[in-house]
Write a protein of this length. Structure first.
Length: 718
């Protein structure tokens, strides 16, 4: 099976990480990291996709400590590496259900390795001082495995344990440590010597360094011309487009930022982030506080972002003060907003405590809500775009809700209960999937109303919809006679047994395989009618179909004399088919595997006539068509088919039964093995002859007297 797009993306990310680890440690973890992380990544993706979401995008550096743990495990030759299953996968990995499980085990295992490592303070020569900073601080380079192990133990991260030994030994990497006057470490850097790139910058336990230590270190980094990986910056520091690193506290009222503004936090949850008034950001704003839960973010008045604004894990205050094409709040919480607040652009809320924003704010775009267990769409909601809810366990749409757009509800892994109050209306469409749905009277939907893969108690009274689709829905058994349906109706895999006696359907009516025994007299369908495999006893008299009729395998196969059908007709696999004499079919007529007790006469087909597994014996006595599909027919006599207005398909075994002098004004298609087959003398094919499934047409197929494509020849244009 071809891997999915997100699987390919995940593999590429893990392969890049494995390459980086090999460069710095000399350990090949390529296969190991895929075995360890990819199944968990795919399971997490399946959960999000099952809720109607998207597969997770993992940021650069997110799995560095996992990779370092695996490299350290190889260096220590741990026993669990040899305890593998039949596919060579360490059995230890079988207990990882999610990516968070892998991360947690990497943290625990690293702590055990550090605890068990017999490290000692570095001896003379194992550390080299490379810079002396203010207040007695120094930057030292760790040049031995022992020094790296000691740094790991002091800082509780993964720079030791063999993970970086090879890079340091080869001179490609320098591992630098910020020390105070007592020699205590406060920050560790991975420097790529050749280009001055600081790939990693960690404080204790892989967190970002404490602000006072980073402030001491930053001038030295800038003075040396080193560039810090922006993914490593946290604690309110960010990198400008020109490469300069600043702290958010330095921003002033009305300041303009080129490019994006990205702020990450992995501590200091009790310190509020306050953005100044009038901040202008050319690109987007991203604030990540997943590792500082409860951190409050205050947006200043008149904040403007040219791109998307998104927060992760923060308590957001003042979201109504932001102007942006899209606002995304993931995890964390929204603080209360003033009544009548305006939210510019689209609003995306995922796993967040949403507060009163849906009740009090005017949202100028659409709203998407994901992975929030209980969601209430309040009666006073004001949203200009569509509303979508996915992954909830309980959704309540209050009575009187009026939406200018549409509404979509998608249940998650567990069934979602959806209740809709009285007199709910929307101008757009209403779609429900994977839910147990309970509707109250007076539902009005300007677009299509679609319910799929779930339970629907019943269709309510005073229902008015643009179109109606029920796909694999249990519960409801009838369409109320009072329902107003202005468009197409599609019902499949559901328990509907009654159409409410309704005779007029403005759009198409498609009810394949439904257990409906009768259709009303004078049935009028504005579009097409599909009743394939429906146990109808008969078609109703005075039937009027604006489009086509599809009745494959339907018990009712006899088209009434007074029926009017505006499009194609398909009566295939019908044991008792009948057409009135003189019928004009405005499109294609399919009679594959059909049986007529009495053949009609004078039937004119304005498109193609398909007669698969149908006896063909001078068929022009019964049918006249522009094209003929006879490739699976029981051919007895085709001598009457001297003129074909468009195209014809025949089996190779029947090619010789075509009449001499036959004229095909379009294409002639021969199905099957044409070796030994021969077309009749004098045949003319205006377009071309083709043998299906064969690259070339056997020369013996075409007689010298044939004319193909306007030229008398025995070679063909394919």
């Amino acid at each position: 099976m071809e891997p999915s797009e997100h699987e390919r993306r995940y593999r590429k990310q893990l392969e890049k990480l494995a390459y980086d680890v090999y460069q710095r440690s000399g350990r090949d973890i390529g296969q190991l990291i895929v075995q360890c992380l990819l199944p968990a990544m795919m399971r997490d993706a399946a959960v999000y996709l099952g809720r109607g979401g998207v597969a997770t995008h993992y940021i650069s550096g997110e799995f560095d400590h996992v990779a370092d743990w695996l490299a350290a495990a190889l260096a220590a030759d741990l026993k669990w590496l040899r305890n593998v299953d039949a596919n060579g996968v360490p059995k230890k990995f079988s207990k990882f259900a999610t990516v968070e499980d892998v991360k947690a085990e990497a943290n625990r295992a690293t702590e055990r390795l550090l605890r068990d490592t017999l490290s000692r303070p570095p001896a003379e020569g194992e550390e080299v001082t490379v810079a002396e900073l203010a207040d007695g601080y120094t930057v030292v380079s760790l040049v031995s495995p022992g020094a790296l192990d000691w740094e790991s133990k002091e800082m509780q991260h993964c720079v030791g344990l063999g993970g970086y030994d090879e890079g340091v030994r080869s001179g490609q990497l320098a591992i630098l440590s910020l020390r105070d006057r007592k020699g205590k470490a406060h920050a560790t850097m991975e420097l790529h010597v050749e280009n001055g790139w600081i790939a990693q910058l960690k404080g204790k336990q892989n967190r970002f360094p404490v602000k006072r230590y980073f402030d001491i270190l930053l001038p030295w980094i800038a003075g040396r011309g080193y560039e810090i990986n922006s993914q490593e910056l946290a604690g309110g520091y960010f990198k400008q487009r020109d490469g300069a690193v600043r702290h958010v506290a330095e921003l002033t009222e009305g300041e303009e930022i080129e490019g994006d503004l990205t702020l990450r936090f992995d501590g200091d949850a009790d310190v509020d982030l306050v953005l100044p008034k009038g901040l202008r950001v050319e690109g987007g704003i991203e604030i990540r506080a997943e590792y500082a839960p409860g951190k409050r973010v205050f947006f200043g008045a008149d904040t403007v972002a040219g791109g998307q604004v998104q927060t992760f894990g923060a308590v957001v205050v003042g979201i109504e003060k932001v102007t942006s094409p899209g606002l995304r709040v993931i995890a964390g919480a929204l603080s209360p907003v003033p009544d009548g607040s305006r939210i510019s652009g689209d609003l995306y809320l995922s796993g967040v405590a949403i507060g009163d924003i849906l009740e009090k704010a005017v949202i100028e775009g659409g709203v998407e809500i994901r992975d929030i267990n209980r969601v209430t769409i309040p009666a006073g909601i004001s949203v200009r775009g569509a509303v979508a809810v996915a992954g909830a366990e309980l959704v309540s749409v209050q009575g009187g809700v009026s939406l200018t757009g549409g509404l979509g509800i998608t249940g998650g892994v567990n069934d979602c209960m959806l209740t809709v109050g009285r007199d709910v209306s929307m101008c757009g469409s209403f779609s429900v999937s994977n839910c147990s749905t309970y509707l109250s009277e007076g539902l009005r939907v300007g677009g299509d109303f679609t319910v799929a893969h779930g339970y629907l108690e019943s269709l309510p009274s005073r229902l008015e919809v643009g179109g109606l689709t029920l796909n694999r829905v249990s519960g409801a058994t009838s369409i109320p006679a009072s329902a107003v349906i202005n468009g197409d109706v599609v019902i499949s895999g559901s328990e509907i047994t009654s159409l409410g006696g309704r005779a007029v359907w403005p759009g198409s009516l498609r009810i394949p395989k439904m257990q409906i025994a009768r259709l009303p007299y004078g049935l009028t369908v504005g579009g097409s009618l599909e009743v394939s495999w429906v146990p109808l006893l008969e078609f109703p008299q005075a039937m009027r179909i604006g489009g086509g009729l599809t009745a494959v395998g339907c018990k009712a196969g006899r088209v009434p004399e007074d029926a009017v059908i505006g499009g194609a007709i398909d009566l295939s696999r019908n044991n008792d088919a009948a057409l009135p004499d003189g019928t004009v079919v405005h499109g294609e007529l399919k009679l594959n595997d059909a049986y007529f007790k009495v053949m009609p006469t004078g039937v004119k087909v304005e498109g193609m006539l398909s007669l698969g597994r149908f006896p063909v014996d001078r068929i022009s006595r019964f049918f006249e068509a522009k094209s003929y599909v006879l490739s699976e027919s029981f051919v007895i006599d085709m001598s009457d088919l001297t003129e074909i207005e468009e195209n014809i398909w025949v089996d190779a075994k029947d090619a010789s039964k075509l009449p001499e002098g036959m004229h095909v004004r379009g294409k002639l298609i021969i199905d099957g093995n044409a070796e030994g087959a021969r077309l009749p003398d004098g045949i003319t094919v205006d377009d071309y002859v083709r043998v299906t499934g064969h690259g070339e047409v056997p020369p013996s197929l075409i007689p010298p007297t044939a004319t193909v494509g306007g030229t008398r020849t025995n070679t063909l244009r394919l």
